[in-house]
Design a protein around this ligand. Structure first.
Ligand SMILES: [Zn+2]
Length: 261
């Protein structure tokens, strides 16, 4: 039997109960399949998030593309791989989207500042939308997803100066011509980002609750970064699997070895 659809006002209450503060900056990562059914679907969820934040709200969502072979266009390139809510969000009136393949979209008081130009390399450093949410003391809401989807942890990796780097490329327009740009990113399979759940829980630095039908986690961006930095300073490969588990973590480990030589 289908679970009952949750109304916008119920969603708003759930968000406030979890600790979403009116007037704050909120960065949301979502998996709508875990949250549904809710009244008016993905758009109803976006409306509930804005309602919970109030008129001074700034709502931020990832909006990146996985297409490395065509120039990114913030007005037309779909957001693939981040879920339906993110892909609907950037298309709404009044929503700003950064002009970068690692784009984020935002609406509200701080939206222009958060989506200001940011460099391709590094994509998630201080000078990027996640970096600006951090500077603005924003909250991070994981809605039906774990910390393996939490981009703010990449910001902490960037600030920690971890030694691993994956080779990436993207395509940008240079004088009207599509041009390949190579860059490096602190990337791996990201499954071990889920360790952050335990680190935050152990110190009571994360709120957990239900939003819609999904489990949700809420924490301050600055708290996530501080806790992760502390761990990375003790062991900067703590997020990498041991050798032989998956290709991405193996490549990240190999990039450290090649730096040493
Ligand atoms: Zn891995």
């Amino acid at each position: 039997m289908l679970a009952p659809a949750i109304s916008r006002s119920q969603l708003c209450k759930q968000l406030r109960d979890l600790g979403v503060e009116p007037g704050s900056v909120l960065l949301v990562h979502t998996s709508f399949s875990k949250i549904k059914p809710v009244e008016d679907g993905p758009l109803g969820l976006i409306a509930a998030l804005r309602l919970a934040l109030g008129p001074q709200r700034t709502l931020v969502m990832p909006s990146m593309t996985e297409d490395d072979d065509h120039p990114f266009d913030s007005k037309t390139t779909p957001c693939i791989g981040m879920g339906i809510v993110s892909d609907m969000f950037w298309r709404l009136p009044g929503v700003f989207r950064s002009d970068n393949p690692s784009a984020f979209a935002a609406v509200g008081e701080q939206a222009v500042r958060i989506t200001a130009p940011h460099p391709i390399d590094p994509p998630h450093g201080l000078n990027s939308p996640v970096g600006r949410v951090y500077e603005l003391d924003g909250q991070v809401l994981l809605l039906g997803v774990g910390h393996d989807a939490n981009t703010t942890i990449h910001l902490a990796e960037s600030l920690a100066g971890v030694r691993y780097m994956s080779k990436k490329y993207t395509t940008v327009l240079k004088q009207g011509k599509p041009t390949r740009v190579d860059y490096q990113e602190t990337d791996h399979c990201c499954q071990k980002f889920n360790l952050v759940d335990r680190w935050l829980e152990a110190r009571g630095l994360q709120r957990k609750g239900d939003i819609g039908h999904a489990e949700a986690r809420l924490a301050q961006s600055q708290v996530i970064v501080a806790v992760v930095l502390e761990q990375l300073r003790m062991n900067d490969t703590i997020f990498l699997h041991p050798k032989g588990v998956d290709v991405e973590c193996d490549e990240a480990r190999k990039s450290i070895d090649s730096r040493v030589q």
